[in-house]
Design a protein around this ligand. Structure first.
Ligand SMILES: *Cc1c(COP(=O)(O)O)cnc(C)c1O
Length: 384
């Protein structure tokens, strides 16, 4: 069944999935198998060995691709596995221009794993996308953008970046984890490859670690598929099933994440003890106008600082929450509170971190889909 003309909610529930041909089971079976029987040497039904292909995983790959309006999708055993495969498309001597306020694990992989292999990374503030031009030279091969950024919720103009990438012949990658395909579709705005930490909103239930890549470029897809099978960061069928099931409510969950996120951003704004708030939905957010054009809503991620608070006072507030949980990760149904400097962004040196606004008193919230009055009451008792 082609899902090309279906709308998001229908694709979230049906794309990539057919009733099981042998039994009619409406849910895609968990094909818990490592190999497949062949009729004749080399003659099989498209499945030879499960690192290369598994039917549960194929259904999920097709579903995620449909949600990103992509022709091709691949699922990896983690978001980092997906990012790793994308960087393996490069060669020693190549250069990458990446967003400065980047997921800590991506920064660590780029600098600690790939710089020693001779790939050079420039971490650039892309609030004004023209800044990118200052770092382009004959060796530049890839532009890596995360938007909204983590944790300071900068918004980067995907269309403007696509124009630069096209002119300079760069592979343009967007990490779309924070927005999810429900709020933003970078391929439609000119990106070449979309990367996801499926662990977050796509999975949505904090029970799976997984990654994905999506593209409409067959050459890039074939390279990624070759790396995927050769290097082996492929997810198992049980995890694929859990994510297929999680995605069926993605649109409903995202609507509530956005609604609760807005209410909490407004609550924090009204609180006399709260200083800075990072949320792209405020009209005075520096790139609010771009957020409005490239995102359908503003999501459930919010960062903030308390007025004149010491690190100790910030930690006290962070340890008082009861409905929110003090934990890394994001995008699940439950609300989480995170201290980036010691948790998600601890792998970025303090100096680099502070340049990107990730101070020791910054707190990040992943607003879940609980009852909003309980979430606000919890923040109220914690902030005081
Ligand atoms: C979590 C995350 C990743 C890494 O994904 P894993 O599934 O944890 O490997 C990459 N980018 C962003 C924006 C993330 O939040």
């Amino acid at each position: 069944m082609s899902n090309e003309h279906q709308h998001f909610a229908t694709k979230a529930i049906h794309a990539g999935q057919e009733p099981d041909p042998t039994t009619g089971a409406i849910m895609t079976p968990i094909y818990q198998t490592s190999t497949y029987v062949q009729e004749w040497p080399g003659k099989h039904k498209g499945y030879a060995y499960a690192r290369g292909k598994n039917p549960t995983r194929s259904a999920l790959e097709n579903c995620i691709a449909a949600l990103e309006n992509a022709e091709f999708g691949l699922c990896f055993s983690s978001g980092q596995g997906a990012s790793d495969a994308i960087i393996k498309m490069l060669r020693p001597g190549d250069e990458v221009i990446a967003t400065n306020d980047l997921y800590g694990g991506s920064y660590r992989m780029f600098t600690k794993i790939y710089e020693p292999f001779g790939i050079k990374f420039h971490f650039v503030n892309m609030y004004d996308s023209k800044n990118i031009n200052n770092f382009i030279n004959a060796n530049t091969k890839m532009l890596w953008v995360e938007t909204p950024t983590n944790p300071t919720m900068q918004i980067i103009d995907i269309k403007a970046c696509a124009a630069i990438a096209k002119e300079k012949n760069l592979i343009f990658v967007v990490d779309n984890t924070f927005a999810s395909p429900y709020l933003q579709n970078p391929l439609d705005l000119g990106a070449d490859i979309v990367m996801h930490s499926v662990t977050k909103y796509l999975g949505g239930h904090s029970d799976v670690v997984m990654g994905a890549t999506c593209t409409n470029n067959k050459v890039y897809h074939d390279q990624l598929a070759f790396i995927h099978n050769s290097c082996g960061a492929t997810p198992g069928p049980m995890d694929s099933f859990l994510v297929l099931r999680g995605i069926k409510t993605l649109h409903i969950r995202m609507d509530r994440h956005c609604e609760n996120g807005r209410a909490i951003a407004e609550y924090l704004k009204s609180h006399p003890k709260v200083d800075k708030i990072y949320w792209p939905g405020f009209p005075d957010h520096p790139n609010h106008a771009i957020a409005k054009t490239q995102m359908r809503d503003f999501g459930g991620m919010i960062s903030f600082t308390l007025k004149n608070a010491t690190v100790e006072e910030t930690f006290q507030m962070a340890s008082k929450v009861k409905v929110f949980s003090l934990a890394e990760s994001l995008g699940g149904v439950e609300s989480l509170l995170n201290h980036p400097a010691t948790m998600t962004h601890a792998s970025i040196p303090k100096e680099e971190r502070e340049k990107a606004g990730v101070t020791d008193t910054l707190i990040r919230l992943s607003v879940g889909i609980e009852d909003i009055s309980d979430l606000i009451a919890d923040l109220k008792q914690a902030i005081g």
